[in-house]
Ligand binder design. Structure first.
Ligand code: FAQ
Length: 335
């Protein structure tokens, strides 16, 4: 029997070939795998890793934009930004909950993030020195996030797929508000246009890196594609993002900072697409391993938030215990 043991409990170590074949047949038949279903330990671990990293990215991702809430140029911009940052917090919470259905606790995941053992998206380790960066995050970072996350709505694991539906709707609103900020700057004074271009120059390559290493260096892709956790490879999604985003830049008169960017009519099976320059993978791995410009600040901010929120968690638990106790006393009295 394959019980729903906690991760690492060893309950699924005797995975017979017949069990693995039955599981793969369910995946191939596009059935959703639910938390109480039997699943190979490696499938569970892969999901805990990916969903956990995804949740951390949403939470850490609140920091670069949160930095601008008090400085947004108008009340309308402030309201939209505040709502967006709250949305990202909400996404983190759905995702932590989805991961918890696999037998890992929020505390364990948080501990992994704060100790540096869990990854989160490289993109959130870059600074946001100007208001244009807030537009750029919405346009490029949420744009890349949607490209990657729409296929996750069809992920084989039910709770992750369902969480992604709402997340994608919200991300697509975020992308539009970001593009609108950048468009406004691009249509503004020379100084504003320059600010937008400077920001695009800084965010373009890190945005392309969000999709992960080249397929040849992507250690998890093959298995994740087989399990239909991922529906497209990292390079396929990166290409789709470039093809969708270049015309948006052209429309508002901004220049993609890539001298090798060129329309190639042969690409995408003859449908056409853009050739683009080489990414700096040394930079990517440096940032992933903690050496980006803002890694230290991001983790320090999360540590402070966790410590400063301790009394709230303790108070909420004490309140819940008291309510439970009162309800039990009332039940006894009624009997
Ligand atoms: N940063 O074998 P692969 C957002 C790691 S949410 C850091 O290709 P996989 C919303 C990878 O984990 C953005 N690490 O891995 C928002 C693996 O390490 P491991 C986050 C990266 O999982 C917007 C190793 O490299 N989105 O933006 C990165 O098959 C605005 C080898 O890579 C998600 O998490 C990276 N960029 O594919 C919030 C989406 N790329 O664990 C606020 C869900 C790769 O083996 C403001 N995740 N690595 O040691 C995914 O789709 C996948 O996990 C990928 C990576 C595509 C990110």
């Amino acid at each position: 029997m394959y019980s729903q043991g906690l991760i690492g409990s060893g309950s699924e170590n005797e995975e017979s070939e017949a069990f693995l074949a039955r599981f793969q047949a369910r995946i191939d038949a596009e059935e959703k795998i639910e938390p109480n279903d039997a699943m190979p330990l490696a499938y569970r671990k892969t999901l805990i890793r990916q969903i956990g990293q995804h949740a951390h990215s949403e939470i850490v991702g609140m920091l670069p934009e949160g930095n601008w809430i008090t400085r947004a140029p108008t009340l309308r911009r402030k309201m939209a930004l505040l709502a967006k940052v709250q949305d990202e917090g909400g996404h983190g919470l759905y995702l932590y909950s989805a991961a918890e259905t696999l037998g890992v606790s929020r505390e364990e995941m948080t501990e992994e993030l704060l100790s540096g053992r869990a990854k989160y998206s490289s993109i959130f380790n870059y600074p946001t020195p100007t208001w244009a960066d807030i537009g750029m995050i919405g346009w490029l970072v949420d744009g890349a996030a949607i490209m990657n996350q729409v296929p996750l709505c069809r992920c084989s694991f039910g709770p992750y797929a369902r969480a992604m539906v709402r997340v994608c709707r919200e991300e697509s609103f975020h992308q539009r508000q970001g593009y609108e900020i950048v468009m406004t700057l691009a249509e503004g004074t020379d100084e504003q246009k320059e600010m937008a271009q400077d920001s695009l120059n800084r965010w373009w390559w890190p945005a392309l890196m969000m999709f992960g290493p080249h397929d040849a260096d992507s250690s998890n892709s093959d298995q994740s594609m087989l399990w239909k956790i991922k529906r497209f490879t990292n390079d396929e999604l990166r290409q789709k993002f470039v093809d969708a985003t270049v015309p948006q830049a052209e429309k508002i008169g901004l220049k993609i900072p890539d001298p090798d960017l060129k329309w190639n009519p042969e690409k995408n099976d003859g449908a056409g697409g853009y050739d683009f320059g080489a990414l700096d993978w040394d930079e990517f791995w440096r940032v992933v391993k903690g050496g980006g410009p803002m890694n230290r600040d991001r983790i320090a901010a999360r540590k402070a938030a966790w410590e400063n929120g301790r009394w709230v968690r303790e108070a909420a638990l004490a309140h819940a215990a008291k309510r439970e106790e009162r309800a039990a006393t009332a039940k006894v009295a009624a009997e």
